[in-house]
Design a protein around this ligand. Structure first.
Ligand SMILES: NC(=O)c1ccc[n+]([C@@H]2O[C@H](COP(=O)([O-])OP(=O)(O)OC[C@H]3O[C@@H](n4cnc5c(N)ncnc54)[C@H](O)[C@@H]3O)[C@@H](O)[C@H]2O)c1
Ligand SMILES: O=C(O)CC[C@@H](O)C(=O)O
Length: 528
């Protein structure tokens, strides 16, 4: 039975999937102070949060059994990704579920601003019938500037077109083709701030986007421009905005998000007649909350059940078709890493991986993680997993170098793992053979053909008559049955290897006895 903690008032219906799972115990709490969370988190395998709970390094440190943090929403600024990655905890989010909700709130704010609806409401319910103050502007033929043309920005653009607006968008990843499809003219931030009547931002808060609109941008804006932020506090400089409104440059602003949430009672936005505020409600619709909770619940179940998942934030996301192609290689990759790792000397400084044939045109990052995990797991055991494998390698100054070749000598696909150590290289190569499954086809410089399972005994020796018999006798005397045996050599009488699959693990006594044979230079039990 695995335990999942659900916090922050996440939709009950959304987590039904978890509640219905026979192998899951779900504990639902509205909120939890950090000290309490730190006390109880060790019991849980997964935790699901919205934006309120901070899953910080202190929480991660106490989370001895945590495998996954699910963020029921897009932004993961309340989760310490570095701490999660170091501890091998997967962080998943729900990137699509609240796109429409946030887009619609943005449009609500655009309309609220253009007609001063909240201000008019306030006066009317206060008993004043004021029809002079609230003369607004139409959206038709106005220029909307959108900074950040991802999911939400693109949806806002589509709706703006329906209102007859002209849209200029800026996003480093937006192609001309995509911009044309949604009827957006691409421009720079400078072009947007100089030409737009309304400016809305839909980027994450990063070093590049912090204060992307600040004093220098306000100074060159059209008089009467209106500003909207339903993305993250800090993308627009709050103090500079108030100055620009008071200087008569900006006609009004609508903010759903703040640098500090909730803002202090004396925050200048809260009593400003030209600023509309909402308390981070972008994702607050019944539909969005259900969507994100369902999406994250599915991902949590996949991860806890060791099934493929797609929305990991601290691991590259892989399209389903690529995952389908790669997944059959994961086990082989990990085994190749284990074999090469166990046959390597100390002083590992590079893991070189070559993908050949079918794998050459695929994004192989997830498979690389399995291989590196296989190498590291020999020494790090359960502390290593696919999430932290690359991080653990980097922290140990081990370079991971990936190359690709389209052709293979005789296989449709081939993965070759070469571990470079202070002494000599350790090489293991494998393939996935249609109809035969996983095969290891090279150890060191020798071609072999074994299925990577069970107990493997690796012996390096001098190619002398009688050595095979001696090994067979030793194993027989200690009650170890040989399932398969392969011998490889480059030249008669030179260095050679024996690779045996055996029915039980070779113990230290047997390995010692093998090493005592004068022809044998190495005898190692390889655990797969
Ligand atoms: N108010 C809310 O409740 C609420 C709800 C959902 C999302 N959000 C926030 O909205 C933002 C956008 O969400 P999304 O789902 O559209 O994300 P997204 O990842 O689909 O889009 C973000 C876009 O920003 C672009 N971008 C990054 N840096 C940029 C830069 N320097 N200049 C211009 N563009 C840049 C990216 O290329 C990307 O296309 C996120 O910060 C998210 O947290 C807020
Ligand atoms: O959970 C929320 O309400 C915030 C959602 C939003 O900011 C997000 O990034 O998805």
């Amino acid at each position: 039975m695995v335990k999942v903690l659900v916090l922050d008032g996440i939709s009950d219906q959304g987590v039904q999937l978890l509640k219905d799972a026979p192998d899951v115990q779900v504990d639902i709490k509205a909120t939890m102070p950090e000290d309490v969370l730190v006390e109880v988190i060790a019991e849980y395998d997964a935790v699901m949060v919205r934006s309120q709970t901070k899953v910080n390094a202190r929480v991660m440190e106490a989370a001895k059994n945590l495998k996954v943090v699910g963020r029921a929403g897009v932004g993961v600024d309340n989760i310490d990704l570095e701490a999660a990655t170091k501890r091998g905890i997967v962080v998943v989010n729900a990137p699509d579920g609240n796109t429409i909700a946030t887009c619609e709130l943005t449009f609500g704010h655009i309309l609220g601003l253009s007609r001063m609806i909240p201000q008019a409401y306030k006066k009317t319910v206060g008993g004043e019938w004021d029809r002079k103050t609230f003369v607004g502007v139409e959206l038709r033929n106005k220029v909307l500037g959108i900074i950040g043309m991802g999911r939400i920005g693109s949806e806002v653009a589509k709706r703006a077109k329906a209102f007859g607006m002209n849209v200029i968008g800026f996003d480093p990843f937006m192609t001309d083709k995509r911009a044309e499809e949604i009827g957006v003219k691409l421009g720079t931030v400078d072009e947007i701030v100089r030409n737009a009547d309304f400016i809305t931002v839909h980027t994450p808060l990063t070093n590049d986007t912090r204060n992307i609109i600040s004093r220098p941008q306000f100074e060159v804006m059209k008089k009467g421009v209106r500003i909207i932020n339903c993305a993250r506090g800090g993308i627009i400089d709050e103090a500079a905005l108030v100055e620009a409104i008071d200087a008569g440059i900006v006609a009004g602003a609508a903010f759903d998000v703040f640098i500090k949430e909730p803002p202090e009672a004396d925050h200048p936005f809260l009593n400003h007649p030209k600023i509309i505020v909402t308390p981070h409600l972008g994702a607050s619709t019944v539909e969005a909350q259900e969507n994100v909770a369902v999406d994250v619940s599915e991902e949590i179940l996949h991860i806890l059940r060791n099934e493929p998942f797609k929305n990991a934030v601290n691991m590259p996301s892989v399209p389903a078709n690529v995952l389908k192609k790669l997944q059959p290689f994961f086990n082989l990759g990990e085994k190749l890493g284990k074999v090469a790792g166990q046959l390597a000397d100390n002083g590992l400084h590079e893991i070189a991986i070559n993908y050949a044939g079918d794998l050459a045109d695929v994004d192989v990052n997830p498979l690389t993680r399995y291989i590196v995990l296989g190498v590291l797991s020999n020494h790090l055991g359960e502390d290593a997993n696919v999430i932290n494998a690359l991080h653990l390698a980097k922290a140990r100054d081990i370079n991971v170098v990936v190359t690709k070749t389209s052709a293979t000598k005789s296989f449709t696909n081939l993965v070759t793992v070469t571990l470079k150590t202070d002494d000599k290289d350790s090489v293991a190569a494998g393939t996935l053979l249609a109809g035969y499954g996983e095969r290891i086809v090279q150890i060191g410089q020798y071609p072999v053909d074994i299925s990577p399972e069970g107990h493997v005994l690796f012996i390096a020796h001098n190619d002398k008559p009688g050595i095979i018999g001696k090994v067979g006798t030793l194993l027989g005397d200690t009650g170890v049955n040989i399932a398969t045996m392969q011998v490889g050599r480059k030249v008669v009488g030179g260095d050679a290897i024996m690779l045996l699959t055996i029915d039980k693990e070779a113990d230290d006594a047997l390995l010692g006895a093998l090493k005592n044979l004068p022809e044998i230079t190495t005898a190692k039990a390889v655990r797969l």
